[in-house]
Design a protein around this ligand. Structure first.
Ligand code: SF4
Length: 391
């Protein structure tokens, strides 16, 4: 699993008052080359990678420097950083976070840690903090992102809690990265406000989709899983408002012990009532955050629900809906639905176990979350014939 943040990183040469900097790493760009104010150079020096020199940092920071160079020594665990990557650096604390990796297909912009849900299996437990500075950071970072980036995620917390700042961020993405597909993860409730939903669709981003969870066809069960009364009603009405404005909507269903018995009924509900959504994702559990804390009460082995998963996926497909299975290992699901199983786990947290090295379908299999290799299905076993599964 890649290290995406670090504290106590040694720095030197920065003025004491220097706050957070957003920096794009460049590979030995000569001083005469047109650099933006936030460009900096990284140089490889044996085991360490240093960022230098000062002239490529923000002009006001540069002008205030008492001596020639400022630099930060990156930890060995971040030696994967390369040209075009973007970091946030707090020199006074030596705090460094990786915001974007140019060579990764799995970049996500986390816009807030706040949320109005408290889901039993939340992978990013919410914090009630004032983190509006994150929007400031991202407004600086987005113009530095490579125009060739194919896709970027917008996530939280609940991104729509940012209100106008969230909408402004989408406009910034449209302006600076018009060729980049944007995938927002939201609980959908903010879109129950028709004015907000209209403001969202009015952005008219050329390639924007919002993924919204519905965990059950029964309102009380959905509300229990997200720990928020009235959530189901607002979420469904939010989806209706979005679709009325022409937005693209994906419904995401994380499968846990509490909703697996109604998975097929949920598929029927979606096929009857929300046929017009653009994609359905049937998702395995990521064992981190609240999911790890609540694991004993929410975990169900995928091999114990393969029939429900198969029936739900085939029913949705037969109803003309686009469906995918995410975060499942091929050896735990029915071969009849392998064709909708995707390699969905972000590259920086994707892992396989030793058993996988003998498997004939490893290249097609999504594998595991790196955080979840210790709790996995009891039926994981190498597939020897690419035409068979164990389910
Ligand atoms: S054994 Fe094969 S199918 Fe099972 S998780 Fe590993 S790679 Fe995937």
């Amino acid at each position: 699993m890649l290290s995406l943040s670090s504290r106590g990183v040694p720095t030197r040469g920065f003025p004491a008052q220097t706050q957070r900097l957003i920096l794009r790493l460049r590979d030995n760009v000569p001083p005469s080359t047109a650099c933006t104010a936030a460009d900096c150079i990284y140089v490889s020096d044996g085991e360490d990678i240093g960022i230098a020199p000062a002239w490529t940092f923000k002009r006001d920071v540069f002008d205030a420097l008492p001596v020639g160079k400022c630099a930060v020594l990156l930890p060995e665990a971040m030696s994967y950083l390369s040209d075009g990557d973007i970091i946030a650096l707090e020199p006074s604390k030596g705090a460094l976070r990786v915001l974007y990796r140019r060579n990764s297909p799995s970049n996500s912009l986390l816009v807030t840690e706040r949320c109005n849900h408290y889901c039993l299996m939340c992978s990013q437990p919410p914090k009630d903090i004032d983190d509006g500075y994150i929007f400031d950071e991202l407004e600086l970072a987005i113009p530095l992102i490579s125009k060739e980036t194919a896709e970027i995620g917008v996530t939280g917390g609940e991104p729509t809690i940012g209100g106008d700042r969230f909408l402004g961020l989408l406009r910034t993405l449209k302006k600076h990265l018009p060729q980049t597909a944007v995938h927002v993860l939201s609980n959908g409730r903010r879109f129950v406000d028709p004015h907000f939903a209209a403001a969202y669709t009015d952005i008219a981003h050329p390639d924007l989709v919002v993924g919204i969870p519905i965990y059950a066809d029964v309102a009380s069960l959905h509300d229990y899983i997200v720990q928020a009364d009235g959530a189901f009603d607002e979420t469904v009405r939010g989806i209706l408002n979005l679709k009325a404005g022409g937005a693209r909507v994906e419904v995401r269903i994380v499968i846990i012990k509490q909703n697996v018995e109604r998975l097929v009924q949920l598929a029927y509900f979606l096929a009857r009532n929300l046929t017009f959504v653009d994609h359905i994702a049937l998702m395995g559990l990521e064992v981190t955050g609240f999911a790890r804390a609540n694991l004993d009460s929410i975990w169900i082995d995928p091999i114990d629900y393969w029939r429900e998963l198969t029936e739900a996926a085939l029913w949705l497909e037969a109803s003309g809906m686009r469906v995918s299975i995410y975060n499942h290992q091929l050896c735990t699901i029915d071969q009849r639905v392998w064709h909708v199983a995707r390699k969905s786990i972000s590259d920086w947290k994707n892992a396989y176990i030793p058993e996988c090295s003998r498997c004939a379908v490893r290249d097609r299999c999504g594998g595991f979350f790196a955080t979840g290799t210790t709790r996995h299905s009891r039926r994981i076993s190498a597939v020897h014939d690419a035409g068979t599964s164990h389910a």
